[in-house]
Design a binder for this molecule. Structure first.
Ligand SMILES: Cc1ncc(COP(=O)(O)O)c(C=O)c1O
Length: 337
């Protein structure tokens, strides 16, 4: 495997904890959680692992400005803005949504990190505005580096290929980062996590192959149709493998995903998300976010209730962060009514 450029600012390995009260309440299988909401950079989350590779690439290319885009409450943009501040880049963000009168949550943090923000109301124009922001920076003599939506380039996906290596090391005996934890003789049968721009998913699929994870890796779609997700993730995983020195060809059949929990649309907060956030909070004192992990865990709980997982199986819920959005004006009223 070729050595790839990487910085080390994430707090790794992230802990694994057991959620016995939730398992009991659901009369379901054993549930563990991998705490990537604790990766350390500006409230953490899954993007921090990707940014270790993306920022290294930006530095290698001699960039001085990071440009990225996402939703108004993007966790990816918050973590990108924080990494830019820490590593001395300017940061320009193109955020989709109606600009609120008062910034809250992730948007407020973007401002705190000094990012220059352009808002686009109509999503149809976001690519165009992002490109223009890039071109304008070039014309102004800057050296911009485009961090793709969600950090999901082949380079960014490597963060999750190596996250799988980290998990395998934890499983094979390191156990120091396990808390409140019994034995794990059977290993982990399922990894369940939220998938959207596909970088986390592609990295885990690649890591599964490289590091020999024997369980299944199930992505719960936040906003993408299943078939599109499978094509995109398999292609991204194949291209990410090239970064490590030899192409592994993945096909759609290598990717497990369900679109059953995203029909309401991106960021639409519903009963499933609300019930799930309350269940995790009440039984385990663990916080989920309204857009990603709330929806993902709602899907996982629905599958548990339907008997999709066997009672003697072990599920690892990979927590990808996002909790600052709990405090967004857009969601806070709805989370606790
Ligand atoms: C909290 C959280 N979970 C999951 C995801 C989805 O990850 P990916 O974009 O790699 O599919 C995101 C993406 O923004 C996120 O912010």
């Amino acid at each position: 495997m070729e050595k790839t450029l990487r910085l080390n600012f994430a707090h790794l390995p992230t802990p694994i904890e057991e959620l016995p009260n939730l398992s009991n309440a659901l009369n379901g299988p054993r549930i563990l959680v991998k705490r990537d909401d604790q990766t350390g950079l500006a409230f953490g989350g899954n993007k921090t692992r990707k940014l270790e590779f993306l920022i290294a690439e930006a530095q290698e290319q001699g960039a001085d400005t990071l440009i990225s885009g996402g939703a108004l409450q993007s966790n990816h943009c918050r973590q990108t803005a924080a990494a830019a501040a820490r590593y001395g880049f300017e940061c320009k963000l193109v955020l989709t949504g109606e600009k609120p009168q008062r910034a809250s949550a992730n948007l407020l943090l973007d401002q705190l990190f000094g990012a220059e923000i352009t808002t686009v109301e109509d999503r149809a124009f976001r690519d165009e505005v992002l490109q223009k922001t890039f071109d304008d920076a070039l014309a102004a003599g800057k050296k911009p580096y485009l961090v793709p939506y969600g950090g999901s380039s082949p380079t960014g996906a490597l963060g999750y290929a190596f996250a799988m290596e980290e998990l395998m090391k934890q499983l094979s005996g390191g156990f120091r980062s396990f808390q409140n934890f019994g034995s794990l003789e059977r290993g982990i049968d399922w990894i369940v996590f939220g998938t959207s721009s596909g970088g986390t998913h592609a990295g885990l699929v690649l890591g599964q192959r490289l590091f020999g994870f024997k369980g299944k890796v199930l992505g719960i779609s936040i906003d993408e149709p299943e078939e599109e997700l499978k094509s995109h993730v398999s292609d991204l995983a194949s291209r990410a493998s090239e970064k490590l020195g030899g192409r592994i060809q993945f096909s759609r059949n290598d990717v497990l995903a369900t679109e059953n929990y995203c029909r309401a649309g991106y960021g639409v907060f519903g009963e499933g998300e609300r019930e799930t956030i309350h269940l995790f909070a009440k039984h385990e004192g663990l916080l989920l976010d309204p857009v990603y992990t709330g929806r993902t865990a709602a899907g996982m709980i629905d599958l548990i209730r339907k008997g999709f997982f066997k009672k003697d199986e072990t599920i690892l819920f990979w927590h990808t962060g996002g909790q600052p959005a709990l405090f967004a004006d857009k969601y806070s009223q709805d989370v606790v009514r």
